[in-house]
Ligand binder design. Structure first.
Ligand SMILES: *Cc1c(COP(=O)(O)O)cnc(C)c1O
Length: 247
């Protein structure tokens, strides 16, 4: 696991973001893609608002959080700034209210129950929400997301939830030093999208790639990379702390 220095000034954030963008551009180039088709979503989980304000001053206009409560708290703390919030982590139905209230985008939709809960809250608020369906492309049991084979049946249920706007698909690749295994996960997500897009022409987005693997993801077609540590610095705790999955 690489270690990333924590940016502490606006200039350091600018330099860090520029470096990630440069790598995205190079990866897009290698794949014959346009870099402008790849969105960089900075992931700010665990980073306190004092440092997030520096990142915003350095140009971040959207931030990703994996916990609804943390997104809710920070969006209130930073309500004076022009930032939109993406919730990118698993949601329990009892937190749907928070996501409906603060998120511009929810990238981890993986059950009809959550779709129902979100839609009910959104209808009450008169809001819509961009959603990505999370797919488990690594067959790891502890990971959230639908198995690829279950995606078509799930999509068929979504029109019942009028406030959800399906934009695409999200995955976390296997954590592996074997690049081919990582790449295979991204290809599976792309296959899911390519099959779905015939019936769901607006579901084109592929949210895939994090600090350790975003260049591979861009080579495989990612349209949204979710990058935390490479911008904000290494997190002190292991990833299992932030993905308390499989309970
Ligand atoms: C934390 C997180 C990321 C970013 O991971 P980094 O290693 O910090 O780049 C991406 N996606 C999800 C769902 C996350 O929870």
């Amino acid at each position: 696991m690489s270690s990333y220095p924590p940016a502490q000034t606006v200039a350091e954030f600018e330099a860090g973001i520029a470096e990630v963008m440069r790598r995205i551009d190079a990866a897009a180039d290698r794949a014959g893609r346009s870099p402008s088709d790849v969105r960089l979503l900075p992931v700010s989980k665990t980073v306190p608002q004092e440092r997030l304000r520096l990142a915003v001053a350095a140009g971040c206009r959207e931030l990703g959080e994996n916990k609804p409560q943390e997104a809710k708290r920070k969006s209130a703390e930073m309500a004076d700034l022009d930032v939109s919030w993406a919730v990118i982590g698993h949601l329990q139905t009892n937190k749907a209210k928070d996501v409906a209230a603060v998120a511009a985008e929810f990238q981890a939709l993986d059950s009809v129950r959550v779709a129902e809960a979100l839609d009910r809250r959104l209808q009450a608020l008169g809001r819509g929400l961009d959603v990505y369906v999370q797919v488990n492309t690594s067959d790891e049991e502890q990971k959230y997301g639908l198995p690829p084979a279950e995606v078509p049946a799930f999509l068929a249920e979504l029109p019942a939830f009028a406030s959800l706007r399906l934009r695409g698909f999200m995955t976390l690749a296997e954590f592996s030093s074997d690049e081919e295994r990582v790449r295979a996960c991204f290809r599976r997500l792309r296959d899911v999208r390519d099959r779905a897009v015939q019936d769901w022409p607006e579901a084109v987005e592929l949210s895939m790639g994090m600090s350790g693997d975003y260049e591979i993801a861009v080579e495989e077609g990612s349209t949204c990379v979710r990058v935390g540590q490479a911008i904000f610095g290494s997190r002190a705790l292991p990833d299992s702390h932030y993905w308390p999955e499989g309970q």
